[in-house]
Write a protein that binds this ligand. Sequence first.
Ligand SMILES: Cc1cc2nc3c(=O)[nH]c(=O)nc-3n(C[C@H](O)[C@H](O)[C@H](O)COP(=O)(O)OP(=O)(O)OC[C@H]3O[C@@H](n4cnc5c(N)ncnc54)[C@H](O)[C@@H]3O)c2cc1C
Length: 433
Amino acid sequence: MTNTRVAVVGGGIGGLCLAQGLHGAGIDVTVHERDRTPADRLQGYRVHIDPDGSRALRDCLPPELWEAFLATSSRDAQDFRFLSHRMRPLLTLESPPVTDPVDAHHSVSRITLRQILLSGLEDPSGVVRFGKTFESYTRDPGDPGGPVTLRFADGTTETADIVVAADGGNSRVRRQYLPHARRVDTGIVTIAGKFPLTGATRPLVDPGLYEAVNMVVPPRGLGMFVAPHDLTGDGNTGNTPLPPGIGRTEQEGALFDNTGGYVMWAFGAATGRFPDDLATMDGERLRDTVARMTEGWHPDLRTLVTASDPGTVSLLPIRTSVPIGPWPATNITLLGDAIHSMTPMRGVGANVALRDARSLHRALTGALTGGGDPVAAIAAYEAEMRGYGFAAVRASLKAAHQFVDENPVTRAGMRTFLRAAGRVSALRRRAAS
Ligand SMILES: Cc1cc2nc3c(=O)[nH]c(=O)nc-3n(C[C@H](O)[C@H](O)[C@H](O)COP(=O)(O)OP(=O)(O)OC[C@H]3O[C@@H](n4cnc5c(N)ncnc54)[C@H](O)[C@@H]3O)c2cc1C
């Protein structure tokens, strides 16, 4: 069909989704991934998939893997509540009933999602090559649209006609290709952990903490996000037969358990509010730090923290990319965090990466199978991606600053606004019933 070779650098959420789509369309694609273990601690937490992400997975995955995704994700049909730190309700946004799973929100274990995205791309297809840490690329200066040679840390090289940087926020491809694109520290730090959801632990906290997604808004300077990942038993909500390789992880410890339910909490504040030695703390000391900083909060919120296994508690400094203007399209392009990494405060980074994967899959497949110009297809993809991608970066940064707003006046205004909006929607509900 086409002899064009596509090389994807980075086998994370976006890179693997793109590879699934291209491989399914019969295009010669390889993924070069630094490693294969969930060594990145973030892999341990759930990821919220919104309708953009769902649409991309449905379109790029073969049907049996889309079914496996549905079977192993918990349907995120919960309400979204804003609460005071004493758990007084401020506003509840009810989630409308959705019948088509493509239009739904889902909560999935990152490990399980990775298993699904890798399925069929390992041997014998050999699409994904592990242990390939990209270092730099070269191309003939006299032929700027010509083949690109990738060089890896193990001394090997690979030549491709199109290169896609999907190597995450610290992208080395981006540093070489768009050296003016920066990623900066926001001055905000979060500490996250997992409160296990079992028959024994459910009675310890108010059911609203595992039946809804909750945003806690204290008077100033602090914030806490609480989201359930409610799976029963084996992590397969529908007991659907799953393709080989998808299921319980062999990793030890509660952080990497991808089958049990839990409530993920993320507590945040400006860096200056935390002790100076925060970066050197282990899970237990991080957990104690959050417990100290939440003294006076509702006991159920504190129980989420204090009853979490310290092995699941980690430190997450919050960084963001800085949006840049358009650049001329070539046969090198980027997707996901590699070009528009954002704060996690709106929970959309993976969904935007998946949306990129779907758009780029459609653009490249259309050009490569229809005899079109792939660079023109990349130009169209990039023009659209810069619009929604950098808009998400800006909105996520704004949400991060609101999450830890130090100004007591604006924080009080926000709480009053949420409370008033909550009363209006309660009145509307009462009038409608
Ligand atoms: C605490 C937290 C919670 C979040 N929650 C959500 C959420 O609920 N919903 C949501 O949509 N988003 C969420 N996000 C954001 C989301 O995790 C990212 O936006 C998403 O993972 C980006 O996908 P990606 O494919 O671009 O990059 P990644 O998934 O980071 O993948 C990059 C891949 O490239 C590989 N790599 C890196 N360097 C090299 C190299 N030199 N050579 C070869 N391979 C390399 C890495 O090993 C990795 O596999 C959250 C983020 C954080 C920090």
